[in-house]
Design a protein around this ligand. Sequence first.
Ligand code: GLN
Length: 458
Amino acid sequence: LATHFLDRIEKSELNAFLHVDRALTLAQAAEADARIAAGTATPLTGVPIAHKDIFVTQGWRSTAGSKMLANYVSPFDATVVQKFNAAGMVTLGKLNCDEFAMGSANENSAFGPVKNPWDHAAVPGGSSGGSAAAVAARLAPGVTGTDTGGSIRQPAAFCGITGIKPTYGRVSRFGMIAFASSLDQGGPMAQTAEDCALLLNAMAGFDERDSTSLTPEQGGVEEDFGRDLNQPLAGLRIGVPKEYFGEGLAADVEAAVRAALAKYVELGATLVDISLPNTALSIPAYYMIAPAEASSNLSRFDGVRFGHRADGYKDLQDMYKKTRAEGFGPEVQRRIMVGTYVLCHGYYDAYYLKAQRIRRLIAQDFEAVLSGPNAVCDVIMGPVAPTVAWDLGSKSDPVANYLADIYTLSTSLAGLPGMSIPCGFGQGDKNGKRPVGLQIIGNYFAEAKLLNVAHQFQ
Ligand code: GLN
């Protein structure tokens, strides 16, 4: 199985993989074989997996898509990687992504863009673009991704695969190179909800090495996320937010999403009109909070402790300056500047604090419809992105990229679980070959419900 995928990866021209090492993979595969022979296998033993290059891995380079970490090899494995290794999974390699997971198209990678397997002229989405492309092109049966503001859901949508961002705190962030710590959340991406459930079972759980990991008392209990896959959907109430179907939503995406909603009605669900009034504010709030946290997290890349160090500097200040100017790409530099600015004394209240207040309001929008005795729906559905994948190189304006995150940012700001499943193809592009994703959002800890709802559609 490992050889089959390695051969496909070798022939692929998508640039989805950044590092492969046949010997390392085959050694792990041999261990899996031995374990199967010894009768100590888990359901995942011998199953190949590949990791977004944001997860650190012993023995493989971990670059976060950045020149800053081009030759960095971690002395330890991320918790998620450790858990998959312990289950006997076989690592195929590391996957391309936007630099430090900042982006929506995988075009911010220092190691070049990734092609969308459905249409090589299109972006695969981002920041987990290599992850989504690898699954769609059948270079790996399952992969890891991370989602800070949509980076699992949006590339899954653009590449026609399934991905789930769990409730914030479900999956350990230990060894996940930090972008915006209060938002970052790892999750699985695969062909189906059933596969995602199997992977999430192995990934999730409390980790004392991550201070925001959910303890069992906080709800971070070990559970079988696939337990409800086969539950019928009769009586399911689906909230349809009017803000997700307004101006800016492409007609072809809307048509595919509405057709999916109609299929859910056939499966026994009812549609409920809801409002998430603060949706539009998610963009300015997220694009202050995320850069603020990034500016702090990225201060560790100083040329002393990790990775790249510039040559020919005059003194310490000059070394920092040259190292960071050379090591970070333009989008990362932009975010460090924005983040530093909104955290400045004198601007903090006007920008950062206000953004945090908006974040609270956004969470309350969801609570009002999903929580407590007055809840009007069990899940929320809508598009993942306003359009299908755009052409490579066509969206160079950063703000245009930010605006395309409108339907995914709120879920992240609220810390809720969300997923993307394929629901058809766009008609607006050249050959009608670009996939559309349906987004399913649930209350905190509702992953099993989301996977059930997704599986019944698939
Ligand atoms: N597109 C968003 C950004 O650029 C989200 C990225 C992510 O979820 N990692 O920040």
